[in-house]
Design a protein around this ligand. Structure first.
Ligand SMILES: Cc1cc2nc3c(=O)[nH]c(=O)nc-3n(C[C@H](O)[C@H](O)[C@H](O)COP(=O)(O)O)c2cc1C
Length: 197
């Protein structure tokens, strides 16, 4: 059975980003996959202090809820991150989690070890932006997510972006709901996708 780790990075539950993630999960639930959904706002995740402990000893010096999420990265086939766009990138709550993935970089490039290199794992990124549709609205977040998925050795398979949420919230976007349920239901076999609605 495939395992899904779904990280909800908006501080606001049941709003646009959470709703977007729920649409995708609704599709995935039609399969017999196990799903672990985590609200980052409920977790205590200290910011990376840049101490370079992970560059000398395997693991992170901070002992907090990130340990559960590290376990999730270790054990999942599909890693989904949903985030609102703040100042043209992923919001701070999400970026904070990403910075704590420095331990994977250190593991590989300072300690010379391997991490899930040969496994088929995929990463999906969902994001919402309040401003009206602009072709480059989500561009700032893409290199961040690309680097993050590389760090945990998941293949960056898909982006799904929704603009204009300040005018038209995600829960009114039935076109988006329909499309994401379909994507979720085919998440493993679907071709790589980049969709901006
Ligand atoms: C601090 C802050 C910065 C934001 N910056 C942007 C931005 O750069 N571009 C954009 O399109 N929307 C921006 N927004 C709007 C959010 O992306 C939008 O409202 C999003 O859908 C919120 O998701 P949520 O409802 O899940 O919290 C910003 C919102 C906040 C609070």
């Amino acid at each position: 059975m495939r395992k899904v780790l779904a990280l909800m990075g908006s501080p606001r539950k049941k709003k646009n980003t959470d709703e977007l993630l729920e649409y995708l999960l609704e599709g995935i639930r039609k399969k017999d996959y196990s799903i672990d959904k985590i609200y980052l706002a409920d977790k205590q995740i200290y910011p990376c202090s840049g101490c370079d402990y992970c560059g000398k000893v395997e693991g992170c010096v901070s002992k907090d809820d990130m340990n559960t999420i590290y376990d999730g990265f270790d054990n999942s086939d599909i890693i989904i991150v949903a985030a609102p766009i703040y100042f043209n990138s992923v919001n701070g709550l999400t970026k904070n989690l990403i910075d704590r993935c420095q331990k994977y970089w250190s593991l590989k490039y300072s300690l010379g070890k391997e991490y899930r290199r040969t496994e088929d794992r995929i990463g999906i990124f969902l994001a919402t932006g309040g401003a009206p549709f602009q072709h480059d609205q989500f561009n700032g977040s893409i290199p961040v997510m690309d680097y993050f998925f590389k760090s945990i050795n998941a293949r960056y398979k898909g982006n799904y972006f929704v603009s204009n949420t300040d005018e038209e919230p995600v829960n009114k976007r039935l076109d988006v709901k329909e499309e994401l349920i379909e994507i979720g239901n085919n998440i493993w076999n679907i071709r790589d996708f980049y969709l901006h609605r």
